[in-house]
Design a protein around this ligand. Structure first.
Ligand code: PAF
Length: 317
């Protein structure tokens, strides 16, 4: 397995591959969900590239600093799953145009200072703003960004779109693999890919759940046993909501979900539900009645640790 740190070497590697390439973008701290993405990529392509980059542009500084990192274990896992190349650039490498010779710390300061803005974003179309010394900063259209997780911080998805567009242009993958769990992210990346002219095929991979029903996430390692049992309670309530079946009215279901949350044993832990919504899984438009293509999404915080769950009413698409 090749471990590649520079963009030019990654491009050179890609240039030497004649067949199909599957890309699995990650931020490391790999779990079973990533394992599943890697397996799908392995089964569908001649070569597999995994990128591993904790992207500061999509985080607040505090969350970026505490994001779990364990490179050695991740590299072993990737190798065990048959990955051919891991692309693991530094922040200075990925955001070189923004850097202009700045130190890593100064570059991070700049990155955290440019987040936000874009209130005048287009309702329907993606747009590229120029920031710093002219770096392209992608603005996700309001129809996709200003809802669900983006209600409070639409710049998060601008950061995701900006880094993924870069990864696609560096790796030029035939197919790119993303988890269905992050339903808003995958809907945005699908739309981004269409906007960029269909440069890759976006493959949506179903959620992997642990034995207590909680979907696999890099942040689970941050939870205590008590916090984890609250996460399992949320997953169960969401499963019940989605299990109400087609035709059920969303308003009453959300009320029932909220009652269930109020009854969860939380002990000394603080549980805050950020949002719970029922949306069409392709357009992420809110729905009033459950249908076979509805996804039920909940974002919540346990003692400040942000987690999310997605459940499907019908088969996940
Ligand atoms: O889902 C993630 O891990 C990240 O948002 C991604 C797609 C790798 C972009 O940084």
């Amino acid at each position: 397995m090749d471990v590649i740190e520079s963009i030019s070497e990654m491009r050179e590697w890609r240039g030497g591959v004649a067949g199909s390439v599957g890309l699995v973008p990650t931020m490391g701290c790999l779990h079973d969900g990533h394992g599943h993405l890697l397996e799908r990529a392995r089964g569908g392509n001649d070569r597999v590239v995994m990128s591993l980059f904790v992207n500061p542009l999509q985080f607040r500084r505090e969350a970026f600093e505490v994001y779990p990192r364990r490179l050695d274990e991740d590299l072993k896992l990737a190798e065990g799953r048959g990955v051919d190349a891991v692309f693991v650039p530094s922040v200075e490498e990925m955001y070189a145009e923004l850097g202009g010779g700045r130190s890593r710390d100064a570059l991070l300061d700049l990155i955290f200072s440019i987040q936000g803005g874009g209130e005048d974003r287009d309702q329907l179309e993606f747009r590229i703003d120029r920031v710093g010394d002219g770096m392209g900063y992608i603005r996700v259209p309001a129809r996709l960004a200003m809802k669900m997780d983006g209600r409070l911080h639409p710049w998060h998805f601008d950061g995701v779109a900006t880094v993924v567009e870069r990864l696609l242009s560096i790796v030029e993958p035939t197919r790119s693999y993303f988890g269905q769990k992050d339903i808003q992210q995958v809907a945005i990346l699908d739309a981004l890919n269409d906007w960029a002219g269909g440069v890759t095929e976006i493959v949506r991979v179903p959620v992997v759940r642990e034995s207590d029903g909680v979907s696999a996430s890099s942040r689970l390692v941050m939870l205590s046993a008590e916090q984890r049992s609250i996460a399992a309670g949320i997953a169960r309530l969401l499963d019940e909501l989605a299990g109400s079946g087609e035709g059920a009215g969303v308003h009453a279901l959300i009320e029932r979900f909220e009652d269930g949350v109020a009854r969860l044993e939380t002990g000394p832990c603080e549980l805050v539900i950020d949002s719970v919504v029922c949306v069409d899984s392709r357009t992420i438009e809110g729905v009033d009645v459950l249908t076979s293509s509805t996804a039920v999404y909940c974002a919540y915080l346990i003692d400040g640790i942000r987690l999310a769950e997605t459940q499907w009413v019908g088969a996940a698409i």
